[in-house]
Design a protein around this ligand. Structure first.
Ligand code: ADP
Ligand code: ZN
Length: 836
């Protein structure tokens, strides 16, 4: 086996080898190989390796292999067969090396196309992980395992009969070339006819069945009839043959029986006579696409029209451009996306619309279904088979709009026309395990490759996106007003430090209590927001002054009264609440801190004549619970909705006249460079849930930091003011968006080993930075904020540089020198959002 390092960018690209869908995937590769008689495959594995490995393609696999397919090849010391991805084919043998051979090809056709290969390669480079790791994540499990497919028998005329009937050109093959040959897994063998075979509704192969125009020119009808007469067939058998003569593709058994109006026996007999042949093919039942619903035709306001035009201009230019759609809550951003998508759909192209998982509510889905004939919704509850079905359907080009969470950015749309990311500030667009990509950055690169617009929408854009827009790198489009001239709701800041009720331990202070009473008595509805679930967030010993911690994490346990457990919100460890302090054995622990459960019991006690509903991940465990709860609220069965961030986003209920933020400080005092930004976003988003109709609405924000600028600016709906102050602050700290960052986490069971290892790699990084004269700031190593997590000690290092390339270069030079340690692991997180 031989290898070479991650190739530099100027290495000849081989994507064009299979860019043309109509040609066999590796035609040019065959041609190249014919002259040198060598075919070499570049293969990457699902390992944290930047290496691309090369293998010889043996004779028997030449026709089967292509970039984007999985292969099995000997790997590592034991030369074990390991599954990897073929990423390119070539014919140049590295000098002085003998190569091992590919053992088998697993897929009949490419799982990803050339652009997806390029995109995944980019992700590996950008996020410092293995290309194979990225491919492994990007291709859904159900696609790799062919989930949800069934083998079905198809029939066609046998070649000899076709000849004797004068049907010269052969019927196009249904099976991809090489089907059923040795080394191709899974084998596709002709099987018996069974009545359980169902008529396929779509064919799994992504090679389209030829259309009528491609049908071979047949003999004149009279000639054909004469030739059929000569066969002296029984009437039913003859009809079967006629049906197959008339068809331009192999027919599934049920299709054939239905068309010939016969049972299985004439078909069986014809097969035994050798007049027709069968082939087996895996087919997939396509997912059902919901019905189209009627919708109210809206007349866009001027700002919306301007926004739609800016997007459409980019679509027409045929160039990539990123647009930041900064629209206050309720300004009609979704309508803008929909109109722009309608435009690109009218060009026969597809759109990808990314939304936070939490927004994949029936409300959003209905909205899209009512406007487009074919919408695929990719949410996290899909089974492997469903995901596979969507993937194939999207790849076939029949889906107009893909709506989904983060990973939908990889949807295999054949003619992408636009990508939209709604609520682009949401942290769920960043994946928090390898590959730790941010869907916004991936979307930007994909949109660049495919020369289409990327639209980022938010009422509270990230400072990364905002800075690009104000510097003119991206195009800023604003919707400064709510639709129908509805005003943004007034926000009142309530200082909790001298509130008598809160002083006595209540969650709802005096002002909020009065506000709620008034809103409810006027027939309005109320949303209360609190970002902590459980009953008490701290179980505390008055004797030794310590909180009761998770045995595996540096986190105090949260008391969940309903479930009667003390729970770790990091690792889900749970225990019966201790009767005495585990440290000093003093009995009588105090239950402090406020969670949604306690808020709920307070609301029930203080507003007994109103219905209250709590939404957090404890009450919303069951699939669909979320929708049931929101419907209750929509229909007014419930007057008070309280919950965690689950209720902060997207909800559009005209009757909500008061929103209360119970504690605006929960995010503010986090040791995180984005704590002010998150606080601003949260208040602005929660405030967005009210004032959505002529009834108006207002917001009360309880805080102990009433002069903090994030809170003040949010109360004034002043994003620009906040952004400008926050950017100044970030610039002075030399942190993102002014610099690039990588966080390296080292973890292991024994603290001394972890800290030693962190010190060692920190030295290696410092040396590499010195050698490369990189403009790099290295912080740490230091214990992570949550030093113990899931029984591991954790240390981290933070690398910051104004220049992404030098940061990468240092990493690529240093990381291969990191020693192997049996008990310690490291991870790198590029542009981290989580600093815990
Ligand atoms: P955003 O996503 O900016 O918060 P939405 O797109 O959800 O806002 O729009 C809020 C509400 O306004 C929706 O109910 C939508 O149907 C309605 N709406 C959007 N555009 C218009 C318009 N031009 N005229 C009237 N109502 C509109
Ligand atoms: Zn824990």
């Amino acid at each position: 086996m031989s290898s070479h390092a991650n190739p530099p960018l100027n290495r000849p690209r081989q994507n064009q080898l299979f860019a043309d869908q109509d040609l066999p995937a590796n035609l040019e590769a065959w041609e190249v190989a014919a002259s040198t008689d060598l075919l070499i495959a570049d293969v990457v594995f699902n390992r944290p390796l930047t290496t691309i490995y090369q293998y010889l393609v043996p004779e028997g696999l030449r026709e089967l292999i292509g970039p984007g397919q999985r292969v099995q090849a000997p790997f590592g010391r034991g030369s074990q067969g390991l599954i990897g991805y073929c990423v390119a084919l070539g014919s140049v043998l590295p000098a002085g090396r003998s190569l091992k051979s590919i053992e088998s090809v697993l897929d009949r056709e490419a799982l990803v196309d050339s652009q997806m290969l390029e995109l995944t390669k980019w992700i590996a480079d950008r996020y410092l992980c293995g290309w194979g790791q990225v491919l492994e994540t990007v291709i859904p499990k159900g696609v790799k395992s062919n989930a949800g497919t069934r083998e079905i028998t198809f029939f066609e005329l046998s070649p000899s009969l076709r000849n004797s009937l004068g049907l010269t050109a052969t019927t196009p093959e249904l099976n991809p070339p090489g089907g059923g040959k040795p080394n191709l897994a899974p084998p596709s063998m002709p099987g018996p006819i069974t009545s359980s075979d169902e008529t396929p509704t779509s064919v799994a192969s992504n090679r389209p069945l030829p259309s009528k125009e491609l049908a071979s020119p047949g003999p004149a009808p009279g000639q054909l009839a004469a030739a059929l007469d000569a066969l002296k067939l029984r009437a039913k058998q003859r009809v079967v043959i006629e049906v197959l003569c008339a068809s331009n593709r192999p027919l599934a058994v049920d299709e054939l029986a239905a068309a010939a109006q016969c049972g299985l026996s004439p078909i069986q007999t014809l097969r035994e006579k050798g007049l027709i042949t069968s082939l087996r093919e895996r087919v997939l039942t396509p997912p059902t696409v919901g019905p189209i619903e009627a919708h109210r035709e809206l007349i866009l306001n001027l700002d919306q029209m301007r926004a739609v035009n800016s997007i459409v201009d980019v679509v027409r230019s045929g160039e990539h451009r990123t647009l930041l759609l900064h629209g206050v809550t309720g300004s009609g951003k979704t309508e803008v996306y929909i109109r722009a998508i309608e435009e690109i759909v009218s060009y026969g192209r597809q759109a990808i619309m990314l939304v936070p998982e939490i927004s994949l509510t029936p409300q959003t889905i209905r909205r899209f279904r009512s406007r487009f004939a074919s919408v695929s919704v990719l949410h996290s509850h899909l089974t492997d088979a469903e995901r596979h079905g969507h993937w194939k359907q999207i790849a076939s080009g029949s889906v107009q709009v893909v709506v989904g969470a983060r990973s939908a950015v990889f949807a295999p749309t054949p003619h992408l026309g636009m990508i939209v990311i709604d609520e682009e500030h949401e942290t769920s667009f960043k994946q928090d395990n390898t590959p730790r990509y941010h869907a916004r950055e991936v979307a930007r690169y994909r949109a660049e490759l495919e020369k289409v617009p990327l639209v980022l929408g938010s009422a509270t854009p990230t400072l990364e996106s905002w800075q690009r827009a104000i510097e003119g790198l991206d195009t800023l489009v604003s919707l400064p007003k709510r639709v129908e001239d509805l005003p943004l709701p007034p926000v009142v800041i309530v200082d909790t430090r001298n509130d008598p009720a809160i002083g006595k331990g209540a969650a709802i202070g005096r002002a909020l209590f009065q506000g709620m009473n008034q809103a409810l008595n006027d027939g309005g509805q109320v949303i209360l927001f609190l970002n902590v679930r459980g009953y008490s967030s701290v179980i505390w010993c008055r004797g030794c002054g310590k909180g009761v911690k998770c045995p595996d994490c540096d986190i105090t346990l949260t008391w969940h009264k309903e479930r009667a457990i003390a729970l770790c919100h990091c690792c889900n460890f749970s225990t019966k609440p201790p009767g005495a302090c585990p440290e000093c054995q003093r009995p009588g622990l105090a239950y402090l801190g406020l969670g949604t459960e306690r808020l709920e019991s307070e609301v029930k006690a203080r507003f007994p004549s109103f219905q209250c509903l709590r939404m957090d991940s404890d009450t919303m465990q069951k699939r669909g619970a979320h929708d049931v709860a929101l419907e209750k609220f929509r229909h007014g069965e419930v007057q008070i909705l309280l919950g965690t961030q689950m209720i902060a986003k997207g909800l559009d209920f005209p009757n909500v006249t008061l929103v209360g933020v119970i504690d605006a400080d929960t995010l503010l005092h986090q040791p995180d460079l984005r704590s002010a930004e998150r606080t601003f976003q949260l208040i602005a988003q929660v405030a967005g849930r009210t004032g959505r109709s002529a009834r108006g609405g207002r917001v009360l924000v309880q805080t102990a930091s009433p002069t903090q600028y994030a809170i003040l600016c949010a109360a004034e709906h002043n994003y620009l003011g906040f952004a400008s102050q926050e950017l100044t602050h970030r610039k002075s700290l030399k942190v993102p968006p002014y610099t690039h960052m990588a966080r390296i986490i080292v973890r292991g069971i024994h603290e001394a080993e972890v800290s030693d290892y962190a010190a060692k790699i920190s030295e290696l990084i410092r040396t590499a930075a010195k050698e490369l004269q990189a403009d790099l700031r290295i912080l740490g190593p230091a214990p992570c904020i949550v030093t113990r997590l899931k029984a591991n000690f954790r240390y981290h290092l933070q690398l910051t540089s104004p220049d992404l390339h030098s940061l990468r270069a240092v990493w690529l030079q240093a990381a291969p020198l990191f020693p192997h340690h049996p008990h310690v692991e490291f991870q790198v997180d590029v542009e981290p959002l989580n600093f815990r």
